[in-house]
Design a protein around this ligand. Structure first.
Ligand code: FAD
Ligand code: DLZ
Ligand code: SF4
Length: 508
């Protein structure tokens, strides 16, 4: 009897587990564009368009390879609006009682599928280097979960950048060489863009009509929507961006959203590129002398280290992870995150490019939007929803640990040894934002003081009980304690006034 094979919008890999275990001759692939997936957060229109366009092209590819595909378009009058209901509709149409799926990347959907009254086999998503069991084995019994040690295991296991059992170049990590601020006279490569072809243009019209009011600009749309395009984007990055990736990984420049970043997270996360294959290509370029070791190592670490590590955390911690709020933060996310006016140039830059591109690079996410939310005490659940909605690469397995764990310390430091906070000084060092800002990064107190400077001390002061015992924070508390007592009072008062103004909806 026919069996249904569910393929989701971020499972667009021909060798995905469910397809590998299916029989082309008799099974029916089920793919569905559904309102619940588009609406569980208010996704950026570019993200919705990318996923729907890539799904349609992938279904076409499967058909060309001989699969039977039952594909539901979003505006199909028969569309039931959710993945479980679409599976059931196809089951009743075909008489199928059995289905096979690859485990989704969000607990929400895993739990929804578990309630479907079909004999549904859920296979592990093995497009990753570390299985859930591998990660749990590694994590078991460790007092602290630190990415660095996990990463070494991944290097040993894959043999990437290894010389025998030693790391190439004698060091596991070249991060110290990766912290150059960018200068605006640098030659910056432009990412490869793709003109919308017919299926993409059709989806863009649909998304404009249905989701045009969501935060984010749909046009111009130049993302890759199939594997050959994603391959071309990767090849372009390796040639033009990778050699300087390491040096300028943490840099930020106004009006230059991409710098030397790869922009491949979205393609990896929806299955158009394979992570190990990407890393092998980068390693080959290093071996051929086209790319320096600090660039190759820095890049490979993000993929076989951070990407695998955060996924391990998400699935190990279970569905409750997204509700954590260890610091008890409860302020509402200010309207400036949705594009309302702000005098803070760093935030204006990060948010406006997010609106235009559904993209911001790591340091903008961590040290600008994330840092500000943490210092200002924003409810982490609202911060999490924002990141999940606005970035094209956002799926909960990767977004939640980055946002709630790394950026907001909402899990109490499960894998971050201290909160990622900084005053305006760090942003000034790594960017060209502060010169054009209405606030002064050099002022520590007063009306023109950079809000990051005020809020930095406010954060440390209000969380003293929890944080001062942390050896990595001791120096910060010593500096605070040495400050003139009147200055400390003035800083805290100015920070409080700033937060009150922001919460009243005034432009800050
Ligand atoms: P590059 O800078 O070129 O890096 C290369 C690749 O390494 C990326 O494509 C990505 O696959 C991987 N990578 C780098 N850092 C991380 C990381 N911390 N975790 C996982 N993979 C990483 N990444 C997502 O893919 N989806 C998210 O929803 C997401 N949310 C984030 C939220 C916050 C608050 C923070 C601080 C980081 C988040 N990241 C997320 C990680 C990182 O910011 C993005 O992967 C990166 O900016 C994507 O751009 P890129 O492809 O140009 O990356
Ligand atoms: C994000 C997304 C969107 C917007 N739309 C769909 C869809 O219509 N159909 C689908 O199968 N998947 C979609 N997705 C991706 C899912 O939300 C994703 O598979 C889950 O969040 C698990 O990672
Ligand atoms: Fe951001 Fe402060 Fe610099 Fe302004 S002065 S851009 S608020 S860090």
């Amino acid at each position: 009897m026919v069996r249904l094979v569910l393929v989701l919008g971020d499972q667009l890999t021909p060798s995905i587990a469910a397809l590998r275990h299916a029989d082309k001759a008799q099974d029916l692939v089920v793919m569905a564009e559904v309102a619940t997936e588009a609406r569980y957060v208010l996704h950026h229109p570019k993200k919705i368009a990318l996923i729907l366009a890539a799904m349609r092209k992938f279904a076409g590819r499967l058909r060309a390879e001989g699969w039977q595909v039952a594909y539901t378009k979003l505006n199909d009058p028969q569309n039931t609006g959710s993945i479980p209901a679409e599976l059931l509709r196809r089951a009743s149409q075909t008489g199928a009682r059995r289905a096979v799926a690859t485990r989704p990347g969000e607990w929400r959907l895993i739990e929804a599928l578990e309630t479907v009254p079909l004999d549904l086999e859920m296979l592990e998503d093995d497009r990753f280097l570390a299985s859930h069991a591998d990660f749990d084995r590694w994590a078991e019994g460790r007092k602290q979960l630190r990415m660095d040690y996990f990463y070494r295991e991944m290097r040993r296991r894959t043999g990437l950048l290894m010389e025998g059992d030693r790391p190439a170049g004698g060091k596991w990590n070249f991060d110290r060489e990766n912290r150059k601020p960018a200068r605006d006279d640098l030659f910056l490569p432009a990412p490869l863009r793709f003109d919308p072809d017919e299926p993409v243009a059709e989806v863009l019209d649909l998304v404009e009509t249905r989701f045009g009011k969501n935060f984010g600009r749909l046009h111009p749309f130049g993302l890759a929507t199939d594997a050959p395009q994603a391959e071309a984007a990767l090849a372009h990055f390796i040639e033009t961006g990778l050699p300087a990736f390491g040096d300028y990984q943490d840099a930020m420049l106004a009006g230059r959203p991409f710098l030397y970043h790869s922009l491949i997270s979205t393609y990896l996360n929806i299955g158009l590129l394979d992570p190990l294959d990407v890393c092998r290509r980068v390693e080959a370029d290093w071996k051929a002398g086209r790319v320096p070791l600090n660039a190759a190592e820095g890049f490979i670490r993000q993929i076989i280290g951070w990407r695998e590590f955060v996924r391990g955390i998400y699935f190990r911690e279970g569905p409750g992870y997204t509700r954590r709020n260890a610091l008890g933060h409860d302020r509402d996310l200010p309207a400036l995150y949705w594009g309302a006016e702000t005098g803070m140039v760093c935030l204006r830059e990060a948010v406006s490019q997010t609106r235009d591109e559904a993209y911001a690079h790591h340091i903008q996410r961590l040290m600008v939007t994330g840092n500000f939310a943490l210092l200002a005490g924003i409810d982490p659940a609202q911060v999490h929803e924002w990141y999940l909605a606005v970035y094209a690469d956002a799926f909960e397995w990767v977004e939640a640990p980055n946002t709630l764990g790394m950026s907001q310390f909402a899990d109490g430091g499960l894998f971050a040894s201290k909160p990622y906070i900084s005053s305006g000084n760090y942003i000034d060092r790594m960017s060209d934002y502060c010169g054009a800002c209405r606030y002064s990064v050099k002022s520590k107190v007063g009306d023109d003081a950079c809000p990051f400077n005020l809020l930095y001390w406010h954060f440390l002061s209000r969380h003293r009980d929890r944080l001062e015992g942390n050896p990595r924070m001791a120096q910060m508390y010593r500096t605070w304690d040495r400050m003139d007592a009147r200055k400390r009072v003035a800083i805290l008062e100015d920070a409080r006034l700033f937060l009150d103004r922001m919460s009243r909806g005034e432009t800050v």
